[in-house]
Write a protein that binds this ligand. Structure first.
Ligand code: NAD
Ligand code: UDP
Length: 315
C-alpha cells in the first residue's frame, strides 16, 4: 500500500451493519465521510455516535436514483444482505444492485474517484467446488428466490468491470463471505443474529434443513480491515475474496452459541429454504498475496463480542 491521503468518501449503505463500521474506521483514519442510506435495513442508531462529528454527514437517499456530490472515493454497500429482506421486494433488490451500481459508477466517473463494490460469495451460488477461488464462475439458478440478490450482484460486477474497461473508472470488487458482529439487526433474519437472539430470549433455535450445510464466518473488524486495504491498494481491478476460511456446519454453530450464552433453548428443525447453498468457504490466497490481508479474530472471540452486544440490547 502506498501513502494514503485523506479524502472525502461516500459510503452507500453506511447506516447498515458493515457500512456503519466502515464509517467508523474511515473517520478514525482521518477521512471525511458522507454516509448515504435509505434506511431499508439500516438504522440511524448505528451511526448516531458520528452525528455532529465535523467530518461526518448523513444523507437519506436511495441509490436507485442518481446523485451528484463531490467525492474522492466511493464504497458501494447499499443493498439488503439478509435473504429475509432481499426476498421481500426482489425487484427493488435488483434495482438497488443494478441502478445503484450505474448511478454510483457515473458519480465515480464524473469525480475521477475510486469506487469499491461490496460484492458477495453469493456470486458463486451453490458452489460445486470448495474452497471457492475467484476464478470459479459459480453455479447459480437465474430464476430462483435468491436470484434477485445473486444475479443483481453479478450484474453489478459486470458493470464495474465494464466501466473500468470502457471508461477507465478505478474500480475495486470485494467478494464478501458471511460476516457477523455487533450492529447486526435483531430482526435481520441471518443465522448468527437469529441464533444469538433466540438463545438469549430462551426461544427455540431454528435450524433450517438438517444443519449439515456449512458457512465460514468472518468477524466484522477483520472484514472492514480487508475492505479498506483493498480500497487503498493500487491497481487491483479484479474481484478479491474477503472472508474467514474456517468453515462450520450450522448445527455446530447452534451448539457453540448455546454454550457461549449458557442458554436452555432447544433446537428445532425447519424447512430448508429453496436454493440454500450447501457449502461456502473462501480461498483467500489472492487477498493474502495482493493486499496482505488475513483474518485474525477467531469465531469464538467474535461470537463472545457479538453476544455481549445483543445482551445489552435484549436483556
Ligand atoms: P445491511 O442490510 O445491514 O446494510 C445494507 C444497507 O444498505 C442498509 O443500511 C440499507 O438500509 C441500505 N440500503 C438498502 N437498499 C438501499 C438503497 N436502495 N439505497 C440506499 N441504501 C440502501 O447489510 P450488511 O450486512 O451491512 O451488508 C452491506 C453490504 O455488504 C451489502 O451490499 C451486502 O450485499 C454486502 N455483503 C454483506 C455480507 C455479510 O455477511 N454481512 C456478505 C456479503 C456481501
Ligand atoms: N439458517 C438457519 N436458521 C436461521 C437462519 C439461517 O439454519 O434461523 C441457515 C440458512 O438456511 C443458511 C445458513 O443458516 O443455510 C446461513 O444463513 P444466512 O441467512 O445467515 O446467510 P446465507 O444463507 O446468505 O449464507
Amino acid at each position: 500500500m502506498g501513502t494514503i491521503y485523506c479524502m472525502k468518501i461516500l459510503v452507500s449503505g453506511g447506516a447498515g451493519f458493515l457500512g456503519s463500521h466502515l464509517c467508523d474506521k474511515l473517520i478514525v483514519d482521518g477521512h471525511e465521510v458522507v454516509c448515504l442510506d435509505n434506511f431499508y435495513t439500516g438504522n440511524e442508531e448505528n451511526v448516531r455516535h458520528l452525528i455532529g462529528h465535523p467530518k461526518f454527514e448523513l444523507i437519506n437517499h436511495d441509490v436507485t436514483k442518481p446523485i451528484n456530490l463531490e467525492v474522492g472515493g466511493i464504497f458501494n454497500l447499499a443493498c439488503p444482505a439478509s435473504p429475509l429482506y432481499y426476498q421481500r421486494d426482489p425487484v427493488q433488490t435488483l434495482k438497488t444492485s443494478i441502478y445503484g451500481a450505474i448511478n454510483l459508477l457515473d458519480l465515480a466517473q464524473i469525480n475521477s474517484a475510486r469506487i469499491l463494490q461490496a460484492s458477495t460469495s453469493e456470486v458463486y451460488g451453490d458452489p460445486k467446488v470448495s474452497p471457492q477461488h475467484e476464478d470459479y464462475w459459480g453455479h447459480i439458478n437465474p430464476i430462483g428466490i435468491r436470484s434477485c440478490y445473486d444475479e443483481g450482484k453479478r450484474a453489478a460486477e459486470t458493470l464495474f468491470t465494464d466501466y473500468n474497461r470502457q471508461f477507465d473508472v478505478d474500480v475495486r470488487i470485494a467478494r464478501i463471505f458471511n460476516t457477523f458482529g455487533p450492529r447486526m439487526a435483531i430482526d435481520d433474519g441471518r443465522v448468527v443474529s437469529n441464533f444469538i437472539t433466540q438463545s438469549l430470549l430462551g426461544e427455540d433455535i431454528t435450524i433450517y434443513g438438517d444443519g449439515n450445510q456449512s458457512r465460514s464466518f468472518c468477524y466484522v473488524s477483520d472484514l472492514i480491515d480487508g475492505l479498506t486495504k483493498l480500497f487503498f491498494t493500487e491497481d487491483i481491478r479484479t474481484p478479491i475474496n474477503l472472508g474467514n476460511p474456517d468453515p462450520i456446519s450450522i448445527a455446530e454453530l447452534a451448539k457453540e452459541i448455546i454454550k457461549i450464552t449458557g442458554s436452555n433453548s432447544k433446537i428445532v428443525f425447519r424447512d430448508l429454504p429453496l436454493d440454500d447453498p450447501k457449502t461456502r468457504k473462501p480461498d483467500i490466497g489472492k487477498a493474502k498475496k495482493l493486499i496482505n490481508w488475513n483474518p485474525i479474530v477467531s469465531r469464538d472471540e467474535g461470537l463472545h463480542a457479538t453476544v455481549k452486544y445483543f445482551q445489552k440490547l435484549l436483556l
